[in-house]
Design a protein around this ligand. Sequence first.
Ligand code: LLP
Length: 416
Amino acid sequence: MDYFTLKGSQLFAEDISVKEIAETYDTPVYVYSRATLERHWHAFNNAVSAHKHLVCYAVKANSNLGVLSVLAKLGSGFDIVSGGELARVIEAGGKPAKVVFSGVAKTSSEIEYALTQGIKCFNVESIPELDRINRVASKLDLMAPISLRINPDVDAKTHPYISTGLKANKFGIAKDEAIKAYEYAKSLEHLNIVGMDCHIGSQLTDLAPFVDALERLLMLIDELATRDIIIQHLDVGGGLGVTYNDEQAPHPNEYAAAMAEKMEGRDNLTLILEPGRAIAANAGILVTKVEFIKKGEEKNFAIVDAAMNDMLRPALYNAWQKIEEVTMQDLPKAKYDVVGPVCETGDFLGKDRELAIEANDLLAVRSAGAYGFVMASNYNSRCRPAEVMVDGSKHFIVREREKLEQLWAGENKVAD
Ligand code: LLP
């Protein structure tokens, strides 16, 4: 459930009309709803409340300081994949002690930064990474809390680009190597084994692969206990899907409850969740203006002012995102490819969409709060859009629209 609703003929973000937001901040503009972010976060947190747990929002989904600060105020933990994301979390008021650090290639300086900030845990993905973390911790004379990311070899049945828990993927340590890897970690002096984690993929709409993976990890945890390696937390990653079109995505409640159920009787094992998309996707929209209507011989095009550089998912994954009119009008409907100004045939936001529009109308690309702005680029020397947070009847800018000078900040002309 989100707080982008039609009131009369106007699309509203909470208590403000999207049209008013576009008039205030210009387009293209990302608009986020604080109430929706909070609602989604609470859905996860409440569903696992009977068990010791920590919800670590996956910062990569949307790392805007406004978004992170909303979640930090709720007491959220964070899943990060770079030093940059850690810096953002700290800047937004998040606590390093609630941060888990994922990713296959953490650099020594990122490890040092995270260690000195006192993060909760490194989610380690390989043996050489164990060595690297041990080396950095030893230099600082600190103990590094670690978890091993286990690749449970389950098929998440999602888009191949966002499936991560198969043997063929680059992520994690193979299930069959896990015990050996933990024994090795135990032998390293500056590592403190605290957890086990996994992440099998993103946009999963079936709970079975999650439960499968969790069961496989629990078996490993029991096996480790017989070898005196005691795991204190189990991090099941993120990956819960959302409804973009007509997918039947389980409610965060059902997902979190299914995880908590498997943890029953394991009171000393803390459950960690790393949801990104399920918290942020439907808490945001991208608002864009129709520049021209172009009637082609085979197709009609709605050429809009947002492009693949602003919202990459359709071009990159052929992802489908709902596109709707911001103002309902009594106009004839027609089918359009909604395309941007970038010079690429792949620059589209949606194809064959029935819309009642004319030039200068506004369109909303729904479910744009996750993997939207964060994947934006300056391709074609386009300034990235502004981002706005709505909170009831208030709205404020959480990221200014980029300015031209910022496009070449840090660049140099050659001297003669
Ligand atoms: N934890 C780890 C270790 C991850 O790699 C990811 C996402 C998450 C948590 C959060 O997963 P979520 O709950 O958001 O599914 N750009 C793609 C999605 C890439 C996801 C990568 N990893 C897209 O736009 O669909």
